[in-house]
Design a protein around this ligand. Structure first.
Ligand code: ZN
Length: 186
């Protein structure tokens, strides 16, 4: 195991180097995430080659917890691949992603539904299969196009709140509360 000794909390610098030195088969997949609700930041290698790293997934589960209740649920790691591929496809591989929403308990989801619009009753967030995000310095519309181009799961666009939703459900898309100009040019 070539990278057995590299801890998941190793400095980002050393990990970037190991990525360059590794073959594509053993490539490190890393994420740099900032949680807009808890102000926590995580910089982590969650997958090495074809292997997800259990300890890293556990850290990500906690990071993406329901910030209102503190409840943690195990996320579908394919979501992390979508995030990673998204940053790569726009030329910002491993660039920082702002997490607007991760896991939601049913009660939190119901509360959100009561007080805001655009929240689905059977949201993928309740299953820990969806993430809402934006990237600092990146046009969210560009991010949406990149997510659609990946062709994996659902992609929702929320221009007024400036974020996209990605999930591992069937491939579909929507734009919530879209300005007419955007619909016309879509
Ligand atoms: Zn969402």
């Amino acid at each position: 195991m070539l990278f057995l000794t590299a801890p998941s909390d190793a400095p980002a610098q050393s990990r970037r180097v190991s990525v360059q030195q590794s073959s594509s088969a053993g490539q490190d997949h890393f994420l740099l995430l900032y949680n807009t609700h808890t102000a926590e930041r995580i910089d982590i290698v969650y997958r090495r080659g074809e292997q997800y790293i259990p300890s890293a997934l556990a850290q990500l589960d906690y990071f993406l917890r329901d910030h209102r209740t503190g409840e943690v649920r195990h996320f579908d790691p394919r979501l992390y691949d979508i995030l990673y591929d998204l940053t790569s496809s726009i030329g910002h591989s491993g660039g920082e992603i702002d997490i607007v929403c991760g896991y939601r308990t049913s009660s939190t989801n119901e509360s959100l539904r009561a007080h805001t619009t655009g929240v689905a009753k059977n949201s993928f967030h309740i299953q820990a299969e969806a993430i809402d995000l934006r990237m600092p310095g990146i046009d969210t519309l560009k991010l949406r196009k990149a997510a659609l181009a990946l062709g994996r799961g659902g992609v929702g666009y929320y221009p007024r709140s400036d974020f996209i939703h990605v999930d591992v459900g069937r491939v579909r898309q929507w734009c919530f509360d879209c300005p007419a100009s955007l619909i016309a040019g879509d």
